[in-house]
Design a protein around this ligand. Structure first.
Ligand SMILES: [Zn+2]
Ligand SMILES: [Zn+2]
Length: 308
């Protein structure tokens, strides 16, 4: 079951020629989710081939660099005769302003758009095998982050052991794997625990949006496979990070270490650095042993299962 993350926009508040404002696309087996949609996000989706079949758009907060791409994106979806509904998830208290942004223009979407407001601990999307959780962040305005957390998967089925126990190859195998006990012809009952291993963890992705470092980011998911964290500034502007409610790359690294994350993607690079990322990377790596990147726009990664 592939889980792919594409960084569509990795710039801070002001875009650069190399980096678009914030947007992250997540594709999971035919389902597409978008997290933030800064100006020009739809062109990034075209450039990097993510497709437009989103079911949900998750907004972290109403700063322009996270939402100005929404009206254009919805207009294009409308021109493309979209009929499927779109759910836009936004922090509590921001629905009416976001809706005004979308409906202020002449081209209003003719497909259904539903708005959901969320706060810390809410689960705006519960899908068959995963959920998206909202968590509290600490920015200059009402804001949340989001975590996509997959359910545990079934344990491995020990085919050899099942055959040893005399289970005939066929439907009884899948019954056992589904957690049902089965009775053999001689009356022996085989319990699933005898042939099925421990449940295996799913994958998880945490995206902070703009924030100071917070404990909620550490607690929202257990050992996230990917943490995508605000890293607007390097150590040289740590004071700016504090006063503007952003994070340094080092602070993002410290959060990744405390969260036992496996990988850290640093995003929201301030235009002041003119694309220079060595300091960010070096400082984050001093704080965090796992994999660290400062992805360029268009970077796409496939998240493996923790046990693979
Ligand atoms: Zn921002
Ligand atoms: Zn912001």
């Amino acid at each position: 079951m592939p889980l792919r993350v594409t960084f569509l926009g990795t710039a801070g508040a002001i875009p650069t020629t190399e980096r678009n404002p914030s947007a992250i696309h997540v594709a999971r087996e035919g389902e597409e989710l978008l997290f933030d949609a800064g100006e020009g996000t739809q062109r990034q989706m075209m450039r990097f081939g993510t497709g437009f079949s989103l079911s949900h758009l998750f907004v972290t907060h109403l700063h322009g660099d996270h939402v100005l791409g929404i009206p254009g994106l919805l207009q294009t979806m409308d021109f493309n005769d979209r009929t499927d509904p779109l759910t836009i998830v936004t922090p509590r208290g921001t629905r009416s302003r976001l809706k005004r942004l979308v409906t202020a223009l002449e081209n209003r979407p003719s497909f259904p758009v539903e708005y959901i407001e969320v706060g810390d601990g809410d689960v705006p999307l519960r899908a068959e095998e995963y959920e998206v959780r909202a968590f509290e962040t600490d920015h200059e305005t009402t804001s949340v982050g989001y975590a996509l957390v997959e359910d545990d998967r079934k344990g491995r089925f020990d085919r050899e052991r099942a055959e040893e126990l005399g289970v005939p190859v066929g439907p009884k195998f899948s019954q056992l794997h589904e957690g049902e006990s089965v009775e053999l012809e001689d009356g022996t009952v085989i319990e699933p625990e005898q042939v099925v291993g421990e449940p295996r963890p799913g994958r998880s992705i945490v995206y902070t949006g703009d924030t100071r470092p917070t404990v909620a980011t550490i607690e929202v998911a257990d050992e996230p496979d990917l943490l995508i964290h605000d890293a607007t500034f390097a150590d040289d502007r740590a004071d700016r990070a504090a006063t503007t409610a952003h994070s340094t790359a080092r602070a993002a690294g410290e959060i990744a270490a405390r969260a036992d994350a496996k990988r850290l993607a640093l995003v929201h690079l301030s235009s002041r650095y003119a694309g220079y990322t060595d300091d960010h990377l070096g400082e984050a790596r001093e704080a965090f042993d796992g994999e660290v990147w400062m992805p360029a726009d268009g970077k796409s990664i496939e998240i493996p299962y923790p046990d693979s």
